[in-house]
Design a protein around this ligand. Structure first.
Ligand code: SF4
Length: 350
Protein backbone atom coordinates (compact mmCIF):
# COMPACT_ATOMS: atom_id res chain seq x y z
CA UNK A 1 0.00 0.00 0.00
CA UNK A 2 1.33 3.47 -0.85
CA UNK A 3 2.05 5.87 1.97
CA UNK A 4 -0.81 8.11 0.96
CA UNK A 5 -3.21 5.20 0.78
CA UNK A 6 -2.29 4.21 4.34
CA UNK A 7 -3.96 7.37 5.59
CA UNK A 8 -7.45 8.64 5.12
CA UNK A 9 -7.66 10.92 2.09
CA UNK A 10 -9.53 14.01 3.29
CA UNK A 11 -9.73 16.36 0.33
CA UNK A 12 -7.46 19.31 -0.33
CA UNK A 13 -6.53 22.54 1.37
CA UNK A 14 -6.26 25.96 -0.22
CA UNK A 15 -2.78 27.41 -0.42
CA UNK A 16 -1.07 30.40 -1.95
CA UNK A 17 -0.26 28.20 -4.94
CA UNK A 18 -3.65 26.45 -4.90
CA UNK A 19 -6.29 29.18 -4.31
CA UNK A 20 -9.81 28.02 -3.51
CA UNK A 21 -12.91 29.65 -5.01
CA UNK A 22 -15.38 30.86 -2.41
CA UNK A 23 -18.50 32.99 -2.38
CA UNK A 24 -16.48 36.19 -2.00
CA UNK A 25 -13.73 35.39 -4.50
CA UNK A 26 -10.60 33.30 -4.16
CA UNK A 27 -9.14 32.53 -0.78
CA UNK A 28 -5.56 31.53 -0.01
CA UNK A 29 -4.24 29.94 3.16
CA UNK A 30 -0.90 31.16 4.42
CA UNK A 31 1.11 28.84 6.60
CA UNK A 32 3.47 30.53 9.04
CA UNK A 33 6.93 29.05 9.46
CA UNK A 34 7.10 27.52 12.94
CA UNK A 35 3.70 28.79 14.05
CA UNK A 36 4.53 32.51 14.05
CA UNK A 37 4.67 35.57 11.84
CA UNK A 38 7.10 38.37 12.51
CA UNK A 39 5.45 41.73 13.07
CA UNK A 40 6.75 42.83 9.67
CA UNK A 41 5.22 39.78 7.99
CA UNK A 42 1.89 40.33 9.76
CA UNK A 43 1.82 44.00 8.75
CA UNK A 44 2.62 42.92 5.19
CA UNK A 45 -0.22 40.40 5.24
CA UNK A 46 -2.63 43.09 6.43
CA UNK A 47 -1.52 45.34 3.58
CA UNK A 48 -1.96 42.50 1.07
CA UNK A 49 -5.46 41.71 2.39
CA UNK A 50 -6.49 45.35 2.05
CA UNK A 51 -4.91 45.96 -1.34
CA UNK A 52 -5.58 42.67 -3.14
CA UNK A 53 -8.34 40.98 -1.11
CA UNK A 54 -11.55 42.18 0.50
CA UNK A 55 -9.88 42.92 3.85
CA UNK A 56 -11.29 39.83 5.57
CA UNK A 57 -8.78 37.47 7.17
CA UNK A 58 -9.54 34.11 8.78
CA UNK A 59 -7.63 32.48 11.62
CA UNK A 60 -8.07 28.76 11.00
CA UNK A 61 -8.36 25.85 13.39
CA UNK A 62 -5.03 24.56 12.05
CA UNK A 63 -3.30 27.77 13.19
CA UNK A 64 -2.97 29.22 9.70
CA UNK A 65 -4.24 32.48 8.23
CA UNK A 66 -6.47 32.97 5.18
CA UNK A 67 -6.80 36.01 2.97
CA UNK A 68 -10.18 36.26 1.25
CA UNK A 69 -11.81 38.01 -1.65
CA UNK A 70 -8.94 37.77 -4.16
CA UNK A 71 -9.38 37.99 -7.91
CA UNK A 72 -7.51 35.84 -10.45
CA UNK A 73 -5.63 38.83 -11.79
CA UNK A 74 -4.28 39.64 -8.32
CA UNK A 75 -2.54 36.29 -7.82
CA UNK A 76 0.81 37.18 -9.41
CA UNK A 77 0.99 40.33 -7.32
CA UNK A 78 0.02 38.33 -4.23
CA UNK A 79 2.75 35.77 -4.76
CA UNK A 80 5.38 38.44 -5.38
CA UNK A 81 4.37 40.20 -2.17
CA UNK A 82 4.44 36.96 -0.17
CA UNK A 83 7.81 36.06 -1.65
CA UNK A 84 9.19 39.38 -0.40
CA UNK A 85 7.84 38.49 3.06
CA UNK A 86 9.50 35.07 2.97
CA UNK A 87 6.13 33.30 2.90
CA UNK A 88 6.11 31.73 -0.55
CA UNK A 89 6.91 28.04 -0.98
CA UNK A 90 8.78 26.81 -4.07
CA UNK A 91 5.91 24.58 -5.20
CA UNK A 92 2.40 23.49 -4.24
CA UNK A 93 3.52 20.10 -2.90
CA UNK A 94 5.97 21.69 -0.46
CA UNK A 95 3.37 24.19 0.64
CA UNK A 96 0.73 21.51 1.23
CA UNK A 97 3.15 19.32 3.18
CA UNK A 98 4.16 22.18 5.49
CA UNK A 99 1.12 21.64 7.67
CA UNK A 100 2.75 21.81 11.10
CA UNK A 101 1.12 23.31 14.19
CA UNK A 102 3.47 24.57 16.90
CA UNK A 103 2.36 25.47 20.41
CA UNK A 104 1.80 29.25 20.64
CA UNK A 105 3.90 29.54 23.78
CA UNK A 106 6.44 26.88 22.82
CA UNK A 107 9.96 27.57 23.99
CA UNK A 108 13.10 27.82 21.91
CA UNK A 109 13.86 24.09 22.05
CA UNK A 110 10.41 23.07 20.87
CA UNK A 111 10.43 25.64 18.09
CA UNK A 112 13.87 24.49 16.98
CA UNK A 113 12.61 20.93 16.70
CA UNK A 114 9.55 22.13 14.78
CA UNK A 115 11.84 24.00 12.39
CA UNK A 116 13.88 20.86 11.81
CA UNK A 117 10.71 18.88 11.18
CA UNK A 118 9.42 21.43 8.67
CA UNK A 119 12.71 21.41 6.77
CA UNK A 120 12.74 17.60 6.78
CA UNK A 121 9.15 17.38 5.53
CA UNK A 122 9.83 19.92 2.80
CA UNK A 123 12.90 18.05 1.54
CA UNK A 124 11.83 14.40 1.94
CA UNK A 125 10.43 13.39 -1.42
CA UNK A 126 9.33 9.99 -0.10
CA UNK A 127 6.48 11.81 1.67
CA UNK A 128 3.48 11.86 -0.65
CA UNK A 129 0.88 12.45 2.02
CA UNK A 130 -2.79 13.41 1.77
CA UNK A 131 -3.24 17.19 1.51
CA UNK A 132 -4.75 17.52 4.97
CA UNK A 133 -2.08 15.43 6.68
CA UNK A 134 -1.23 17.42 9.79
CA UNK A 135 1.68 17.52 12.23
CA UNK A 136 1.89 18.99 15.71
CA UNK A 137 4.93 19.89 17.84
CA UNK A 138 4.48 20.97 21.44
CA UNK A 139 6.06 20.92 24.87
CA UNK A 140 4.46 21.43 28.27
CA UNK A 141 2.81 24.53 29.65
CA UNK A 142 -0.50 26.19 30.39
CA UNK A 143 -1.42 26.67 26.73
CA UNK A 144 -0.22 23.34 25.41
CA UNK A 145 -1.94 22.37 22.16
CA UNK A 146 -0.87 18.76 22.58
CA UNK A 147 -4.52 17.69 22.79
CA UNK A 148 -5.33 19.03 19.32
CA UNK A 149 -5.85 16.71 16.38
CA UNK A 150 -2.91 15.80 14.19
CA UNK A 151 -1.88 12.76 12.19
CA UNK A 152 1.54 12.76 13.84
CA UNK A 153 2.23 14.66 17.09
CA UNK A 154 5.56 15.23 18.83
CA UNK A 155 5.53 16.04 22.56
CA UNK A 156 8.91 17.43 23.55
CA UNK A 157 10.14 16.81 27.07
CA UNK A 158 13.78 17.77 27.57
CA UNK A 159 15.98 15.29 25.77
CA UNK A 160 13.18 12.97 24.74
CA UNK A 161 10.19 13.24 22.47
CA UNK A 162 6.97 11.25 22.68
CA UNK A 163 5.23 10.38 19.42
CA UNK A 164 1.53 10.05 18.67
CA UNK A 165 0.07 8.55 15.53
CA UNK A 166 -3.49 9.76 15.01
CA UNK A 167 -4.94 9.46 18.53
CA UNK A 168 -2.51 6.95 20.03
CA UNK A 169 0.63 7.78 21.97
CA UNK A 170 3.12 5.13 20.93
CA UNK A 171 6.29 5.79 22.92
CA UNK A 172 9.38 7.92 23.34
CA UNK A 173 12.60 8.47 21.38
CA UNK A 174 15.72 10.49 22.17
CA UNK A 175 15.36 14.00 20.83
CA UNK A 176 18.07 13.56 18.20
CA UNK A 177 16.12 10.67 16.67
CA UNK A 178 12.70 12.30 16.83
CA UNK A 179 12.50 13.74 13.30
CA UNK A 180 13.53 10.48 11.65
CA UNK A 181 11.09 8.51 13.80
CA UNK A 182 8.20 10.93 13.16
CA UNK A 183 8.74 10.83 9.41
CA UNK A 184 9.00 7.05 9.66
CA UNK A 185 5.55 6.98 11.24
CA UNK A 186 4.17 9.08 8.40
CA UNK A 187 5.72 6.63 5.94
CA UNK A 188 3.97 3.72 7.64
CA UNK A 189 7.06 2.43 9.45
CA UNK A 190 7.16 1.48 13.12
CA UNK A 191 10.27 3.02 14.70
CA UNK A 192 11.71 1.53 17.89
CA UNK A 193 10.21 3.46 20.80
CA UNK A 194 10.59 3.31 24.58
CA UNK A 195 7.54 3.08 26.80
CA UNK A 196 5.90 6.32 28.00
CA UNK A 197 5.64 6.85 31.75
CA UNK A 198 2.98 9.52 31.56
CA UNK A 199 0.62 11.12 29.11
CA UNK A 200 0.55 14.85 28.29
CA UNK A 201 -2.09 17.15 29.70
CA UNK A 202 -3.90 19.25 27.11
CA UNK A 203 -4.04 22.98 27.69
CA UNK A 204 -6.73 25.42 26.70
CA UNK A 205 -7.08 28.95 25.37
CA UNK A 206 -6.33 31.71 27.82
CA UNK A 207 -6.55 35.37 26.80
CA UNK A 208 -4.84 38.44 28.20
CA UNK A 209 -1.43 38.26 29.87
CA UNK A 210 -0.05 34.73 30.04
CA UNK A 211 3.56 33.61 30.52
CA UNK A 212 5.10 36.69 28.95
CA UNK A 213 2.66 36.80 26.04
CA UNK A 214 -0.68 38.52 25.50
CA UNK A 215 -3.56 36.58 23.97
CA UNK A 216 -6.26 38.23 21.87
CA UNK A 217 -9.28 36.40 20.43
CA UNK A 218 -11.00 37.01 17.11
CA UNK A 219 -14.76 36.31 17.03
CA UNK A 220 -15.41 33.31 14.77
CA UNK A 221 -11.75 33.49 13.76
CA UNK A 222 -12.47 36.56 11.61
CA UNK A 223 -9.86 39.29 11.70
CA UNK A 224 -10.13 42.46 9.67
CA UNK A 225 -6.99 43.66 7.93
CA UNK A 226 -7.05 46.95 9.86
CA UNK A 227 -7.09 45.04 13.16
CA UNK A 228 -4.10 42.97 12.10
CA UNK A 229 -2.23 46.09 10.97
CA UNK A 230 -2.94 47.87 14.27
CA UNK A 231 -1.61 44.97 16.31
CA UNK A 232 1.36 44.24 14.06
CA UNK A 233 2.56 47.83 14.04
CA UNK A 234 2.32 48.30 17.81
CA UNK A 235 5.74 49.33 19.13
CA UNK A 236 7.28 46.48 21.15
CA UNK A 237 5.50 43.69 19.29
CA UNK A 238 7.96 41.66 17.24
CA UNK A 239 6.08 38.41 16.78
CA UNK A 240 2.52 37.12 16.44
CA UNK A 241 2.05 33.46 17.26
CA UNK A 242 -0.96 31.59 15.94
CA UNK A 243 -3.07 29.00 17.74
CA UNK A 244 -5.85 26.57 16.82
CA UNK A 245 -8.20 28.52 19.11
CA UNK A 246 -8.80 31.52 16.86
CA UNK A 247 -6.54 33.56 19.10
CA UNK A 248 -3.21 35.29 18.51
CA UNK A 249 -0.44 35.48 21.09
CA UNK A 250 1.63 38.65 21.00
CA UNK A 251 4.99 39.15 22.68
CA UNK A 252 3.85 42.48 24.16
CA UNK A 253 0.54 43.97 25.18
CA UNK A 254 -0.92 46.34 22.58
CA UNK A 255 -2.24 49.66 23.86
CA UNK A 256 -4.97 49.48 21.21
CA UNK A 257 -6.75 46.12 21.15
CA UNK A 258 -8.45 47.06 17.88
CA UNK A 259 -11.70 45.43 18.95
CA UNK A 260 -10.15 42.03 19.61
CA UNK A 261 -11.36 40.04 22.62
CA UNK A 262 -9.39 39.57 25.84
CA UNK A 263 -12.24 38.50 28.13
CA UNK A 264 -12.73 34.72 28.18
CA UNK A 265 -16.31 35.32 29.37
CA UNK A 266 -17.24 37.12 26.16
CA UNK A 267 -20.20 35.13 24.73
CA UNK A 268 -18.84 35.47 21.19
CA UNK A 269 -16.07 33.07 22.16
CA UNK A 270 -18.62 30.35 22.88
CA UNK A 271 -20.15 30.59 19.42
CA UNK A 272 -18.60 28.97 16.39
CA UNK A 273 -19.87 30.22 13.05
CA UNK A 274 -18.46 29.47 9.61
CA UNK A 275 -18.30 32.36 7.10
CA UNK A 276 -21.80 31.51 5.81
CA UNK A 277 -23.50 33.69 3.18
CA UNK A 278 -22.44 35.66 1.25
CA UNK A 279 -18.81 34.57 1.73
CA UNK A 280 -19.51 30.89 1.09
CA UNK A 281 -21.65 29.87 -1.85
CA UNK A 282 -22.82 26.72 -0.04
CA UNK A 283 -24.74 28.79 2.49
CA UNK A 284 -28.17 30.37 2.32
CA UNK A 285 -27.93 32.01 5.77
CA UNK A 286 -25.74 34.80 7.14
CA UNK A 287 -24.30 32.77 10.01
CA UNK A 288 -22.10 35.44 11.55
CA UNK A 289 -24.78 38.13 11.54
CA UNK A 290 -27.15 35.69 13.25
CA UNK A 291 -24.44 34.58 15.69
CA UNK A 292 -23.89 38.16 16.83
CA UNK A 293 -27.61 38.54 17.39
CA UNK A 294 -27.67 35.38 19.49
CA UNK A 295 -24.68 36.57 21.50
CA UNK A 296 -26.42 39.87 22.25
CA UNK A 297 -29.38 37.98 23.75
CA UNK A 298 -27.15 35.96 26.07
CA UNK A 299 -27.19 32.17 26.30
CA UNK A 300 -25.77 29.24 28.23
CA UNK A 301 -23.45 26.60 26.79
CA UNK A 302 -21.87 26.37 23.37
CA UNK A 303 -23.47 27.20 20.02
CA UNK A 304 -22.46 26.28 16.48
CA UNK A 305 -24.01 28.06 13.51
CA UNK A 306 -23.18 26.36 10.24
CA UNK A 307 -24.09 27.58 6.78
CA UNK A 308 -24.61 23.98 5.63
CA UNK A 309 -24.24 20.42 6.87
CA UNK A 310 -20.53 20.33 6.10
CA UNK A 311 -19.84 21.93 9.48
CA UNK A 312 -16.50 23.59 8.66
CA UNK A 313 -16.35 25.62 11.87
CA UNK A 314 -16.74 22.76 14.34
CA UNK A 315 -16.66 18.99 14.11
CA UNK A 316 -17.39 18.18 17.77
CA UNK A 317 -20.86 18.40 19.38
CA UNK A 318 -22.18 21.73 20.66
CA UNK A 319 -25.01 22.29 23.11
CA UNK A 320 -26.97 23.90 20.29
CA UNK A 321 -26.19 23.45 16.60
CA UNK A 322 -27.99 25.44 13.91
CA UNK A 323 -27.58 24.16 10.36
CA UNK A 324 -28.44 26.40 7.42
CA UNK A 325 -30.87 24.91 4.90
CA UNK A 326 -32.75 26.93 2.25
CA UNK A 327 -32.78 30.14 4.26
CA UNK A 328 -33.71 28.52 7.57
CA UNK A 329 -31.82 26.79 10.34
CA UNK A 330 -32.22 23.16 11.33
CA UNK A 331 -31.92 22.74 15.10
CA UNK A 332 -29.82 20.03 16.79
CA UNK A 333 -29.28 19.80 20.54
CA UNK A 334 -26.11 18.17 21.93
CA UNK A 335 -24.86 17.11 18.53
CA UNK A 336 -23.19 18.10 15.31
CA UNK A 337 -24.33 19.23 11.87
CA UNK A 338 -24.54 15.55 10.86
CA UNK A 339 -27.12 14.62 13.49
CA UNK A 340 -30.88 14.46 12.83
CA UNK A 341 -32.62 17.85 12.64
CA UNK A 342 -35.23 18.30 15.36
CA UNK A 343 -37.06 21.25 13.81
CA UNK A 344 -36.49 24.30 11.58
CA UNK A 345 -36.46 27.94 12.67
CA UNK A 346 -36.30 31.21 10.73
CA UNK A 347 -33.18 33.37 11.20
CA UNK A 348 -35.33 36.29 12.39
CA UNK A 349 -36.58 34.20 15.32
CA UNK A 350 -33.11 33.66 16.79
S1 SF4 B 1 -20.05 24.84 6.61
FE1 SF4 B 1 -20.91 25.00 4.55
S2 SF4 B 1 -21.53 27.14 4.41
FE2 SF4 B 1 -20.10 27.03 6.11
S3 SF4 B 1 -18.11 27.52 5.23
FE3 SF4 B 1 -18.33 25.26 5.22
S4 SF4 B 1 -19.15 24.79 3.16
FE4 SF4 B 1 -19.48 27.00 3.54
Amino acid sequence: MSTAAAFEVKGWCPGVLTPMPSGDGLLVRIRPWGGAFTAAQAAGLAEIAMRLGNGHIDLTRRANLQIRGLRDEALDDLRDALDRLGLLDPDAATEAARNVMVGPLAGTDVRALAGSLIRAIASDRRLALPAKFGWLVEGDGPLSIVGERADVALWVRGDSVALRLHGDWLGVVPRDQAIKAAIGLALGERPLLSAMNELPVAGARCLGAVSGFFGVGAPFGRLEAAQLRTVATTPGISELRLSPWRALYLDAQPADLAGLIVDEADPLLRIEACPGAPACSSSTVDTRRDARRLAAHGFDGTIHLSGCAKGCARSTPADLTLVGDRGRYGVVHNGTTRDPIEKFVEPQSL
